[in-house]
Design a protein around this ligand. Structure first.
Ligand code: SF4
Length: 303
């Protein structure tokens, strides 16, 4: 049985038709700076990946991160920022290659988001929310295709054992994001923890959500825990759905349509494809672009 990535499974669970359209390469035709928030999250994660690898190296040499002086930490922040900005530039190039138009008005917004990326990385590195006594085990390690290519931001050894850390970036803490416990039953975190046990031959039952609010540069870490039974139940309940996803992928089953066509974030991006254009590809091209992907589902270019 094929195991699908957390993001693809969550998309298919919200609506298999949405996942099918996405896998065919359909993307909403958008313009302007609204295209960039996801790139900010990726840039910050890339910068923190660099820093966490530095921290891991320091720990391997027998030292703790809190023994490092401020000057060196400023150098780490600079290195992390350089990598973050490189990722942002690359992300913007890829967006434009796909046929999206950022437009001239994006320049000022790009200055703002660069400032936010720099502020967030500096704030994290100067006040690392992970206890100096904890150890970094792996940075962005891919679990492999047999575990859905899951890739937690970090796996650490905390006071009790192995735990996953996941970074969540938001520009501001608006009420719709302020659902404190929305990660308690996170599919993504259950996937990381459940298959983490197979990767490390040890239970991984705790995870930390590190929320980074970029306009304030604030960093907040919160811990969660799953019982063995909760992870087992998750796996038993998810496997039949992966079997269904595989059938759809192989053309042995049709994708069904959800009964609800919006979330708390707004209407589904494919409403016009489903209900106005009724999947007519020529009509869909007025609202969507069709991107080409490689066999791993990575976007290559605009078709
Ligand atoms: S509009 Fe509804 S049926 Fe169509 S992809 Fe979105 S959620 Fe699914």
């Amino acid at each position: 049985m094929k195991v699908y990535s957390p993001s693809q499974t969550e998309r298919a669970m919200s609506c298999p038709m949405k996942n099918a359209l996405y896998n065919e390469g359909w993307r909403t035709r958008k313009t302007g700076p609204g295209l960039l928030p996801m790139e900010v999250g990726k840039a910050i994660a890339a910068g923190l990946g660099v820093y966490n690898n530095i921290r891991k190296g320091i720990e391997s040499s027998g030292r703790q991160i809190d023994t490092i002086d401020a000057k060196l930490k400023a150098d780490y922040a600079k290195t992390a920022m350089d990598v973050g900005f490189t990722f942002l530039t690359r992300g913007m190039d890829e967006i434009e290659k796909l046929g999206y138009i950022l437009g001239n008005g994006a320049e000022e917004y790009i200055r703002t988001i660069k400032d936010r990326i720099g502020k967030s990385l500096t704030s994290y590195i100067n006040n690392d929310p992970l206890s100096p006594k904890w150890r970094i085990v792996d940075v962005e390690r891919t679990y492999g295709p047999e575990y859905g290519n899951a890739r937690p931001d970090l796996v650490i050894e905390d006071d009790f054992g192995l735990a996953v850390v996941d970074y969540k970036t938001k520009s501001a803490l608006t009420p719709k994001y302020r659902t404190e416990d929305s990660y308690t039953e996170s599919h993504q975190m259950k996937h990381y923890c459940c298959f983490g046990e197979a990767i490390y031959n040890r239970p991984v039952q705790r995870f930390y959500i590190c929320q980074i609010i970029t306009n304030a540069g604030s960093v907040n870490l919160k811990s969660y825990e799953y019982s063995t039974e909760a992870l087992l139940l998750w796996r038993q309940a998810t496997e039949p759905f992966w079997q269904y996803m595989e059938q759809v992928e192989k053309g042995e089953a049709l994708p069904w349509m959800a009964s609800n066509h919006e979330t708390k974030y707004g209407p589904c991006e494919f409403q016009r494809a489903c209900f106005s254009h009724r999947f007519d590809q020529d009509l869909m091209k007025s609202d969507y672009i069709l991107v080409e992907k490689d066999t791993n589902g990575e976007v290559l270019a605009k078709a």
